[in-house]
Ligand binder design. Sequence first.
Ligand SMILES: Nc1ncnc2c1ncn2[C@@H]1O[C@H](COP(=O)(O)OP(=O)(O)OP(=O)(O)O)[C@@H](O)[C@H]1O
Length: 238
Amino acid sequence: MIRMEDVSYSYGKKEVLHHFNLHVKEGEFLTVIGCSGCGKTTMLKLINALLLPSLGTVYVQGHDITKTDHIALRRSIGYAIQNKGLFPHMTVEDNIAYVLTISGQKNKKQNQKRVLELLNLVGLEESLLKRRPSELSGGQQQRVGIARALAAKPKIMLMDEPFGALDEITRKMMQKELLALHKKLGLTVVFITHDIREAMKLGDRVLVMNQGRAVQLDRPEVILSHPANAFVQELISD
Ligand SMILES: Nc1ncnc2c1ncn2[C@@H]1O[C@H](COP(=O)(O)OP(=O)(O)OP(=O)(O)O)[C@@H](O)[C@H]1O
C-alpha cells in the first residue's frame, strides 16, 4: 500500500530523513514512535505528497507519487492531526460536507445523509451537527476530525498524534473505537504517537525512529523481547 525506497528529505540544507525505507501492507496498522524532531511528521507528509522526496521514491498503491496527481492522491488519503484541521468558522456538518463537495459529491441531500452516517461511525450524536468546533469537547473535535478524514472513503489513514491532547479515559475510548473502525473498514493506518503504550497497543507493527532513521520495525512483542539497541531498550523500559 505504501512503500518508501531509500528516501531522504531535507529542509534547505538540513537533512531530516536519511535513506529511509518502509513498506506498509494493505490493512496494516503501523504505529510510529520516536523523539521529538526525529522526522515522523516529515515522513507522513511524504506519503500524501505534502512534501516530495529529495532523494528516493515513495509509492502509494504502487504509484510513484511524483508521477501522480497530488490533489487526487491527497483526497484518497485520510489525514487526521492533533488539535488542527477543522475549520473553526464552519459547523460540524459543513466541516464534513466540505470534503464530500470537493471530492465531487455535490448532491446536498445525499451529502447530509452521508454526514449522518459518518457521525454515527465515529460515535457522535446528530445534535452536534450545527455546532462549531469551539463548542465541542476535545474528544468530540477529534471524532469530527476522524469523520472528516473518512468522508472520502480513503483506503489509507495518516494520523499525526490524533489523541495527544486527550485525557486518559477519552484517549482509551478513542483507541478502542479506532481499532474497531480500522477492522470494519479495512483501513491501512499510519499512526504517530509519543506514547509507547499507545504504540504497542494499537500497532500490528511499530516503527521506532531516531534522528531521521528507522531504528526498528517489528511487531510489538518482538520490540519488547528483542529491542534493536539501547535507544529502543530505553524507550520500552518503564
Ligand atoms: N518547514 C520546516 N522548515 C525547516 N525545518 C523543519 C520544517 N518542518 C520541520 N522541520 C525540522 O525537521 C525536523 C523533523 O521535523 P518533524 O516535524 O518531521 O519531526 P517529528 O518527529 O514529527 O517531531 P514532533 O514529534 O515534535 O512532532 C525537526 O528538526 C524540525 O525542526
